[in-house]
Ligand binder design. Structure first.
Ligand code: ADP
Length: 156
C-alpha cells in the first residue's frame, strides 16, 4: 500500500513555513496532496485561484506532490483521494492544543486515517500566513517569509 498524505490548509498565502513542512515530509510519504480549502464561510484574503496558482508554481515540477481543491470534512477528502495520513505542522503549544482536538475527532470519524505532525524548524516558529497578510496590508515587504518563486503581485 502506498502512503499518501493530505496536507490541508488555507495557504492564504503559502509561506516558507508551509514549504519547509512539505519538503521535509516528502521523505516520509509516496505522495503528498496539498488540499487547498475553498470554504465560503472561512473567507480568505487571497482568491482561491491565486492561492492554488502559487502552490502550483512552487511544487508543479515535484512528481510526488499534487495540489487539489477541497471543501467539507478532511477525512471525507482523504477517503476520496485514497489518503491514509493527514499531515500538519506544529509551531507552538497553542497549535498543539488546537490540532489535538481536530486530530482526535478525525480519528473517531475514521479510524484508518492517522494524523502525523512535524515540528516546525525554529526559524519559522513565528511565521504564519496571517503575519504575511498583516505585512502586506500595511505596505511592508513579506519577501523573507514567502518562497522565492512566489510573486505576490509586486508586494514581495
Ligand atoms: P489552517 O487554516 O488549516 O491552519 P494554514 O494554511 O494556516 O491552514 O496551515 C496549514 C498547515 O501548515 C497547518 O498544519 C499549520 O500548522 C502549518 N503551518 C503553517 N505555518 C507554519 C510554519 N511556519 N511552520 C510549520 N507549519 C506551519
Amino acid at each position: 500500500m502506498k502512503n499518501i498524505a493530505v496536507f490541508p490548509g488555507s495557504f492564504d498565502p503559502v509561506t516558507r513555513g508551509h514549504e519547509s513542512i512539505i519538503r521535509r515530509a516528502l521523505l516520509l510519504f509516496d505522495k503528498i496532496i496539498i488540499a487547498v480549502g475553498d470554504n465560503p464561510e472561512k473567507r480568505a484574503y487571497f482568491p482561491f485561484e491565486k492561492r492554488m496558482h502559487w502552490l502550483d508554481q512552487l511544487f508543479g515540477k515535484e512528481k510526488k506532490i499534487e495540489v487539489r481543491k477541497y471543501s467539507g470534512l478532511t477525512v471525507d477528502f482523504c477517503k476520496a483521494v485514497n489518503a491514509n495520513f493527514i499531515l500538519r505542522g506544529l509551531r507552538t503549544s497553542a497549535d498543539f492544543e488546537f490540532e489535538r482536538t481536530i486530530g482526535q475527532v478525525n480519528k473517531v470519524l475514521d479510524n484508518r486515517i492517522e494524523t502525523i505532525f512535524l515540528l516546525t524548524v525554529p526559524e519559522y516558529t513565528a511565521l504564519s500566513s496571517s503575519v504575511v497578510r498583516e505585512i502586506i496590508i500595511n505596505g511592508g515587504d513579506p519577501g523573507k517569509f514567502v518562497p522565492d518563486c512566489i510573486d505576490l503581485g509586486g508586494k514581495k
